[in-house]
Design a protein around this ligand. Structure first.
Ligand code: ADP
Ligand code: MG
Length: 269
């Protein structure tokens, strides 16, 4: 049950936006992709899910449980997507239909992957809503996405991604769009679900502090290339590349900001 990405290259016209990227997510592992905005993180995730725009030219290899995803038929890929590999996006709206109640959408996710009568799926949807610790789940499932807060919407999107009990969860900056106070809650929720389900995790972030909480190993992307790869411990304590050193400075600066916005800048970090 492992993911093996080798020499993944993505081009738009003559522009190479992901350049010979290789990494693997062994069974049960928690791996991160970290990099600044525009470094190719989301495209790498979308390539795994088979969701790249048609204008993208892809080469290399993405092996999942001994199948090559890049050459899999649309039909076969649709089976893998959602059922074996789930994804949570930065903007929960991406996964949600604005004109359907969230209960119905969670129920649909349940039914796509496990055929069952609608009534049974509705019961399961309520269970899934409880699993992501939505408060008042009985009420929440009757609501439309716009009637929920950002944090509630991301919990719903997580419930939908996990409804099929995938073996690998890809989370693309799942807390970046949320209020700071909600971010930690949603992160804890994701981690406890990954733990209890025994899923592997591929976590995408621009924030080394967040990465250190969720992953044991990571690749650092810079302009579509792997600038550095290793244990998160090593990235934190002995960063080799200038880009990782910069990400570390950013993370330290964010940690210091809330308690002291005037004095921390001069600390020489
Ligand atoms: P990240 O998630 O790291 O912020 P992305 O993977 O979304 O970055 O994008 C990497 C680069 O590819 C960016 O420079 C972006 O502008 C470019 N890109 C993304 N999508 C498209 C597209 N559909 N057409 C052309 N360029 C794109
Ligand atoms: Mg992105």
């Amino acid at each position: 049950m492992s993911l093996e990405v080798s020499d993944l290259t993505i081009r738009f016209g003559t522009r190479t936006v992901v350049d010979a990227v290789s990494f693997s997510v062994p069974d049960g592992a928690r791996v991160g992709i970290i990099g600044e905005s525009g470094s190719g993180k989301s495209l790498t995730a979308l390539a795994i899910m088979g969701l790249l725009p048609a204008s993208a030219h892809v080469s290399g290899s993405i092996r999942w449980n001994d199948r090559e995803l890049l050459t899999l038929s649309d039909h076969a890929l649709a089976q893998v997507r959602g059922r074996e590999i789930g994804m949570v996006f930065q903007e929960p709206q991406t996964a949600l239909n604005p004109i359907r109640t969230v209960g119905r959408q969670i129920a649909e996710s349940v039914r796509i992957h496990h055929r069952m009568p609608r009534s049974q799926a509705r019961t399961r949807a309520l269970e899934e809503a409880r699993r992501v610790r939505l408060s008042n789940p009985e009420t929440i499932v009757t609501r439309y996405p716009h009637q929920l807060s950002g944090g509630q919407r991301q919990r719903v999107a997580i419930a939908m991604a996990l409804a099929a009990h995938p073996q690998l969860l890809i989370a693309d900056e799942p807390t970046t769009a949320l209020d700071v106070t909600i971010q930690a809650e949603v992160l804890q929720l994701l981690l406890s679900l990954v733990d209890s389900e025994g899923m592997s995790l591929l976590f995408i972030t621009h924030d080394l502090a967040v990465l250190s909480q969720v992953a044991t190993h990571a690749i650092v992307l810079e302009h579509g290339r792997v600038a550095e790869a290793g244990s998160v411990e090593q990235l934190l304590h002995d960063p080799q590349s200038p880009i990782t050193q910069g990400l570390l400075r950013d993370a330290v600066a964010t940690l210091w900001k809330p308690s002291d916005s005037t004095g921390a800048e001069g600390a020489g970090l």
